[in-house]
Design a protein around this ligand. Structure first.
Ligand SMILES: *[C@@H]1O[C@H](CO)[C@@H](O)[C@H](O)[C@H]1NC(C)=O
Ligand SMILES: *[C@@H]1O[C@H](CO)[C@@H](O)[C@H](O)[C@H]1NC(C)=O
Ligand SMILES: *[C@@H]1O[C@H](CO)[C@@H](O)[C@H](O)[C@H]1NC(C)=O
Ligand SMILES: *[C@@H]1O[C@H](CO)[C@@H](O)[C@H](O)[C@H]1NC(C)=O
Ligand SMILES: *[C@@H]1O[C@H](CO)[C@@H](O)[C@H](O)[C@H]1NC(C)=O
Ligand SMILES: *[C@@H]1O[C@H](CO)[C@@H](O)[C@H](O)[C@H]1NC(C)=O
Ligand SMILES: *[C@@H]1O[C@H](CO)[C@@H](O)[C@H](O)[C@H]1NC(C)=O
Ligand SMILES: [Fe+2]
Length: 590
């Protein structure tokens, strides 16, 4: 049979792929898939190691903090001409198998690790986070006082400590002062033997009137108690506009708090992002029961608990773990299923809602489960997969008007992010959110969304441009990047490996419906799963890592996936996403 794909060739006639070369590997259909030869990987590893040695010899410190050196002075990836672009696609499906030299397990850090120990005393601020709040403001969040867990907890009084932030453009000179708000939340379990939790005091303050591309210095805390933080700083993003290109946006998913999470975090930090997107599943406090015992699988280890318990002190450890970067660079978070953390009386997402500041009011959203924001030339829509997304929902109405308001002459790029992927060929969570896809995909397509970022599946996958399971040059590229390194298993098997690896369509359901179906046409007609890597799946590899978005201009955006085992600047997968205004009717000319 004829193959649909042409292998990419560069000028020298070599088969090329993201700066490396791939070898053909014929499958039974006669169509080529491709795998990267080990020798190339080794080269990347060695090169990355040399870079780290160079870093160490010229002082690793300056690589850690934004502002210490410019992004342009970072070591660059290989020959830019070899980076493929979507205009050359669709690409033949490629699978890179799990690197057997890595240890599969990812172990949680515990409370005695220096990275997560509570160093603040009394009402000193800790767990400082920032997040964008509209185009000229920044949320800053922090925690004071000690959380309690046990049989006799006494909630702290949020009004017992002030929520003051001071800031200005000169170190040590704070020309502005703002009072924020404070709250606490509880995680209560009315079941014999289970412990209750009450949080420290969580503060949110909004720093307003910020100028673009300006460095601000700030402190937070309670000046009346003499409990102010050390000074921190951040640099604001460029004003939204077609020529405003934030240099680096980091993307992480499903990070958790393991030794592998610390590796992902350190790699991300070394890549000096100006902004970070977290596509859900933050802490995994729900892999623990209230006595502080954790497991890689809750359902296997704790099958008979009266409710799905959590161990909330993990959130405080995680807040300390993230702070070194999150207090300097805005973190934009969207909820995952692990943030649900059910309590009795239908209470869910209590910790997420209390701790995480997002610009939902700023973007006209009624809640923290979906919102939008601009970052330079990009408009981001962050969607909620665990709140009604049906055509009659509040979320749908909000999304529709938010997308309608986007002016592509100001923000030519449109990126959507939500937790569970629509295009995922691993067994884990395969076609799990078909109802959400069926409800929202057309809307995103009509508005010419360029890129869709997801987590949930603990591996990496990049799609070809696709719409409604059909290759489409004007459809978005979907990226699964749930490979932050959490304590649950990595996704290793693919739904196309055989019937035993293919989930049942009836299991494709959530509280909003059951929409699993077998394909009507195409190579997988009559089936729920393909019998080989689907044509929409361009590249998949089970490894831990993070992503970086770099906008080149209004038509070119560079996506890079960095793997943890590549030490520093190595590239696991890379692609130019190219907009084709004029060619694609959904990508208006700007
Ligand atoms: C996870 O981290 C451990 C300990 O640092 C390491 O040995 C292992 O190879 C890592 N696993 C992966 C898949 O990166
Ligand atoms: C915490 O982790 C360290 C390092 O892995 C280990 O030595 C220690 O026993 C752990 N402590 C607890 C209480 O589990
Ligand atoms: C903040 O609150 C304090 C104490 O209530 C008050 O004295 C101060 O004027 C407030 N500052 C601002 C900027 O609102
Ligand atoms: C935890 O809180 C619930 C709800 O208020 C209560 O019923 C239960 O007795 C508390 N448990 C403990 C151990 O205090
Ligand atoms: C904690 O609770 C789990 C599940 O109920 C139980 O298996 C475990 O033995 C308990 N651990 C401790 C230290 O009490
Ligand atoms: C998607 O494809 C299915 C069947 O292939 C079709 O029934 C459906 O109408 C299509 N949806 C859209 C929005 O085009
Ligand atoms: C964007 O950059 C690419 C690559 O450098 C270039 O080919 C393209 O013409 C540029 N597009 C615009 C609109 O400037
Ligand atoms: Fe998830």
């Amino acid at each position: 049979m004829a193959c649909k794909y042409q292998l990419l060739k560069d000028e020298e006639g070599e088969v090329q792929r993201h700066g490396n070369y791939y070898e053909e590997e014929n499958d039974s259909t006669g169509c080529s898939g491709a795998t990267l030869p080990r020798t190339r990987r080794l080269f990347v590893n060695v090169a990355a190691f040399v870079v780290v040695l160079m870093m160490l010899s010229c002082g690793v410190h300056k690589f850690f903090f934004p502002g210490a050196s410019t992004a342009d002075s970072l070591p660059r990836k290989g020959n830019a001409q070899k980076i493929p672009s979507t205009t050359q696609g669709p690409f033949p499906p490629t699978t890179v198998s799990f690197d057997e030299s890595l240890t599969f397990a990812s172990e949680d850090l515990n409370a005695s690790n220096p990275r997560v120990q509570r160093k603040a005393s009394e009402m000193e601020p800790e767990q400082i986070f920032i997040a964008l709040s509209g185009d000229d403001a920044m949320w800053v969040s922090w925690v004071t006082g000690e959380a309690q867990i046990g049989q006799k907890i006494e909630p702290l009084d949020p009004n017992s400590v002030a929520s003051v932030a001071v800031y200005g453009t000169e170190s040590g000179r704070y020309t502005k002062t703002v009072n924020g708000s404070s709250e606490i939340y509880n995680q209560l379990y009315p079941f014999a033997g289970l412990d209750n939790y009450t949080s420290g005091i969580i503060h949110h303050a909004r720093l307003t009137g910020l100028k673009p591309e300006t460095k601000y210095y700030y402190k937070v805390g309670d000046p009346y108690l003499g409990a102010m933080s050390e000074e921190r700083s951040f640099t604001t993003l460029p004003v939204p506009g077609p020529k405003s290109f934030p240099a680096r946006i980091g993307v992480i998913g499903d990070i958790g708090l393991t030794y592998n999470s610390t590796s992902t975090f350190d790699h991300l930090m070394m890549n000096q992002p100006e902004l970070v997107l977290m596509v859900g599943d933050l802490v995994y406090a729900d892999l623990y029961v209230t006595n502080g015992t954790g497991a890689a699988s809750y359902s296997k280890e704790f099958s008979d608990t009266p409710i799905h318990e959590t161990y909330q002190p993990r959130w405080d450890l995680w807040g300390r773990f993230m702070e070194p970067l999150a207090s300097r660079v805005p973190f934009m978070v969207i909820e995952g299923n692990h943030e649900k953390e059910p309590q009795v009386d239908g209470i869910t997402f209590a910790s997420y809602q209390a701790r995480i500041a997002v610009p939902h009011k700023e973007s006209g959203s009624p809640n923290k489960f979906y919102y939008s924001f601009n970052a330079g030339s990009i408009h981001f829509v962050m969607l909620g997969a665990y709140i009604d997304y049906s055509r009659t929902s509040e979320q749908y109405a909000w999304l529709k008007q938010d997308l309608a308001k986007v002016d592509r002459s100001v923000t030519p790029w449109l990126i959507a992010a939500y937790h569970p992927p629509w295009y995922n060929s691993y067994t884990a969570h395969y076609r799990e959110v078909e109802c959400m896809r069926i409800s929202l995909e057309a809307l995103l397509y009509e508005h010419g969304v360029d890129l869709i970022l997801n987590g949930h599946v603990h591996a990496y996958e990049r799609s070809n441009r696709v719409y409604n399971y059909t290759l489409d040059n004007c459809g978005p590229v979907h990226i699964v990047i749930g490979d932050g390194g959490n304590h649950e298993k990595m996704a290793l098997t693919h739904a196309d490996q055989g019937p035993e690896f293919c989930p049942n369509p009836q299991d494709s359901f959530d509280e909003f419906g059951n929409c699993g179906f077998s394909f009507e046409a195409g190579p997988a007609a009559g089936k729920f799963c393909w019998d080989r890597q689907p044509e929409w799946s361009a590249y998949r590899e089970a490894s831990f890592g993070h992503g970086i978005i770099e906008v080149v201009n209004s038509t070119h955006l560079l996506w890079t996936w960095h793997r943890n085992q590549d030490i520093f600047n190595g590239v696991g997968d890379q692609l130019y996403v190219v907009r084709q205004p004029g060619i694609c009717p959904n990508q208006p000319i700007v």
